[in-house]
Design a protein. Structure first.
Length: 426
């Protein structure tokens, strides 16, 4: 019987993983510049955490969670997103006691039982950030500017930053009533899901991808026109700060988010290049969440990026696999023994070196060196060994010259100086 992986859960293989490492290190670098520290939390939490934070009537909680009962009878869930877990840890360890401002980031797998398709999987990966303890619109603008800096850094420039405000518990209820009245007058035009949402989660109707629902809601009232004074000022200031640093954005008055905890500023990084899966990063403010989860009344804001979608977008801009600096092709037992020692010495000195393990012909060793894209090959046989030399072959032009084995490291480093990055492990 052959074993296969689970539908919608992917292996990330050599050749692809270099792009992931590139994205992760770019994120670490940019986030560190903005003062964010990494936090690592478990992939499983008590189900109650996600119910309470994401919201009972959201798609995630209603139908997408991987929930199971463990042997002790506790209902656990594989995390569908990172914010709830990070806030749980933030509260549990009283991070606010040590520092009134917490800037955190995380990266790792998330799990949602969705219909797998391009850019949508059941195990997917997010890189996310959270800033807790700051109300000031400057943190909103900083986080948005940081997101844009990340995208600039990785060389993706075709994305649009869209922003909106979802108001707060003061102004949203009145808006919600107006929206419900608007939707109730158009029930017949809405899809089955949205007809249900009109009472359970009416804002989500604005987010429905069905053509009928989109058409029916073209004239729907927008939260932006119903913000209270505080939310209106906050949003205006976010925009002022974004303008001041030249971060481009578009206001999307229809944008809502699929999680209940969002307040005020919400945003998405949107691409036209991934079909229906157009959001690459998404986030917003969650001023009530820490309190709701039993912590102090602290505001927060954050976002999460989908790593699979980032990697898809990078496409052929993806990072090349690392090639070795040198391949040692050895003929005969003694030369093979020496090749092993040379490899070991050069690795200790920081160069990636490969050898053949199968005692194959020179021709097939050269083929392997070529496949690994080694720029240099050292060829040694019994005769070379006796003289303490080897033939150094330059794969680019097939030229060859004799080198002393005692100077091998220095020679290879000198030859590679003009070369970009081969063999140098990060
Ligand atoms: P979508 O509207 O595409 O379903 P979402 O609103 O559910 O996205 P969030 O919960 O805001 O997404 O997650 C943030 C990011 O995580 C998304 O913008 C996307 O890049 C990524 N993401 C979410 N769900 C998946 C998934 N099932 N597979 C791959 N990436 C995902
Ligand atoms: Mg979703």
């Amino acid at each position: 019987m052959s074993m296969t992986g689970i539908k919608g859960m992917n292996d990330i293989l050599p050749g692809e993983v270099e792009t992931w490492q590139f994205l992760e290190s770019a994120a670490r670098r940019v986030f560190a510049l903005h003062g964010f520290s990494e936090i690592r939390v478990p992939v499983v939490e008590k189900t109650e955490l996600f119910r309470r934070s994401i919201g009972e009537t959201t798609d995630i909680v209603e139908k997408e969670m991987y929930t199971f009962v463990d042997k002790g009878g506790t209902s656990l869930t594989l995390r569908p997103e990172g914010t709830a877990s990070v806030m749980r840890a933030f509260i549990e360890h009283k991070l606010y006691a040590a520092d009134p401002v917490a800037k955190l980031y995380y990266m790792g797998p998330m799990f949602r039982y969705e219909r797998p398709q391009k850019g949508r999987y059941r195990q997917f990966h997010q890189i996310g950030v959270e800033a807790v303890g700051v109300d000031d619109p400057r943190i909103d603008a900083q986080i948005l500017a940081m997101l844009c800096q990340f995208f600039d850094d990785i060389g993706l420039d075709e994305l649009e930053l869209q922003i909106n405000s979802l108001g707060c518990p003061e102004c949203r209820p009145a808006y919600r009533r107006q929206l419900v009245a608007f939707l109730e007058a158009r029930l017949g035009e809405l899809c089955d899901d949205c007809r249900r949402r009109v009472t359970s989660n009416p804002l989500r109707v604005l987010d429905c991808k069905a053509a009928g629902c989109r058409e029916a809601t073209v004239e729907a009232p927008a939260m932006l026109d119903h913000l209270c004074g505080g939310c209106d000022d906050h949003f205006a200031e976010v925009r002022t700060h974004l303008d001041a640093v030249g971060t481009p954005y578009a206001v999307n008055r229809r944008m809502v988010r699929g999680l209940d905890y969002y307040t005020r500023t919400t945003f998405e990084m949107v691409t036209a290049n991934l079909g229906a899966q157009n959001a690459v990063a998404a986030g917003g403010r969650y001023d009530g969440l820490v309190r709701e989860l039993g912590g102090p009344a602290l505001p927060g804001i954050g976002f999460a990026m989908g790593v699979e979608r980032l990697a898809l977008l990078l496409g052929d801009k993806r990072q090349a696999r690392q090639s070795p600096a040198l391949f040692v092709a050895a003929l005969g037992d003694a030369a093979q023994g020496r090749a092993f020692v040379l490899m070991h010495q050069m690795q200790r000195q920081g160069l990636r070196v490969e050898i053949d393990y199968q005692g194959r012909s020179l021709k097939s060793q050269m083929r392997r060196a070529d496949k690994l894209a080694a720029p240099l090959v050292l060829i040694i046989g019994e005769d070379e060994l006796a003289r303490g030399v080897g033939q150094l072959r330059f794969m680019a032009d097939s030229s060859q010259r004799e080198v002393a084995l005692v100077e091998l490291y220095e020679t290879v480093v000198a030859e590679l100086a003009g070369w970009s990055g081969a063999g140098q492990c990060p």
